[in-house]
Write a protein that binds this ligand. Structure first.
Ligand SMILES: C[S@@+](CC[C@H](N)C(=O)[O-])C[C@H]1O[C@@H](n2cnc3c(N)ncnc32)[C@H](O)[C@@H]1O
Length: 312
């Protein structure tokens, strides 16, 4: 099997839709940014569309994922210039500035964690395997899931449970966590999984709780907000942004950030005082969803929702 063709470990979601939405211009140097590189399936297809001496920039917060993608790159034999950046995409603007890049022609995000994070025991994102309660994309950042669950204040725990886990009995559960950590700290994924078994017998709760703490550990929603805002600023006229999300909170943020830029006024004053101007046109009004065929071939795609827009 070719290293640039999909394998069973990871199948890209909405591949054709993403590739179609990122336009490559004949009359200018294209600068396209992939904010979530992983195995670079989307990236390989985009690079194959680009002209020699265009520029492609890849971000990933996980160094191990970057190493795998680098290996794949060597098989592409492309004349497109490529820059690999190990960083959270929230640093988009400053990291690009280090390479003298202030405007871009395309940018995209594929926001799910990689299948490596889900399937491999040593990544500690999943309750399916026991390991340290870590959940960081980037091991050089300091706060692990154990730090958050063992040392956050009651208010902070309630916020995570209420907003990321979307659980109505957030106060009661935060109390139970605090009682439990007084007796014994949470140190492993099994500690958290066993605790969830004690408080809920609903099968999906574990997935939701692990997801909620992962979102908190990696400050995922804040990163998305900062990065998409900066990306819209940096897009050149007719440049395109495309965001694939897998969580309703990610999609809500994306929808709001894009939608607000399609309006000429965002204040409710009788005579406009905000002086906001429309900067984007949405590719489609409704989110783009995977086809039934894609869902049948890759069940992980079923929760995907994508939104795209073009800079005016
Ligand atoms: C679903 S995978 C991307 C798959 C990729 N599009 C492909 O075709 O193979 C998401 C990747 O984004 C990375 N990631 C997640 N959040 C990030 C962030 N805030 N900054 C940078 N990389 C991030 C993860 O480490 C993971 O490698």
């Amino acid at each position: 099997m070719s290293i640039i063709e999909p394998d069973s470990r990871h199948i890209s979601v909405l591949l054709d839709e993403l590739v179609d939405s990122i336009k490559i211009f004949e009359d200018r140097k294209n600068i396209v940014v992939d904010c979530t590189l992983w195995l670079a399936w989307h990236a390989c297809k985009i690079i194959q569309k680009m002209k020699p001496w265009d520029l492609f920039v890849w971000f990933d917060a996980d160094t191990r994922n970057l190493a795998l993608a680098k290996e794949k790159l060597s098989f592409l034999h492309s004349e497109v210039e490529i820059i690999l950046i190990h960083s959270n995409f929230s640093e988009l603007k400053s990291k690009l500035a280090e390479h003298w890049i202030t405007s871009i022609t395309g940018i995209y995000y594929d926001l799910w964690i990689s299948s490596l994070h889900v399937d491999d025991a040593d990544r500690w994102f999943s309750f399916r395997a026991n390991g340290p309660l870590d959940m960081r994309f980037d091991a050089s950042t300091w706060k692990t899931a154990a730090d958050i669950i063992n040392y956050s204040s009651k208010d902070e725990l309630e916020e995570i449970i209420r907003y990321y886990w979307e659980e109505a009995s957030f106060r009661k559960i935060a109390d139970r966590i605090i009682q439990r950590r007084k007796q014994e700290k949470f140190t492993t994924t099994a500690d958290l999984a066993n605790f969830i078994d004690e408080i809920s017998n609903y099968p999906k709760t574990k997935t939701k709780v692990f997801q909620a703490f992962r979102i908190a550990v990696n400050a995922e929603l804040e990163s998305i907000k900062v990065s998409i805002t900066d990306a819209i600023d940096m897009l050149e006229s007719q440049g395109n942004i495309f965001v694939i999300s897998f969580h309703s909170l990610e999609d809500r943020i994306t929808k709001q950030l894009l939608k607000i830029e399609t309006r000429d006024c965002i204040c409710s004053d009788l005579i406009c005082t905000c002086h906001h101007t429309k900067r984007l046109r949405l590719h489609t009004k409704k989110p783009i969803l995977p086809s039934q065929k894609e869902i049948d071939e890759n069940s992980r795609s079923k929760s995907a929702k994508a939104r795209g827009a073009m800079k005016l």
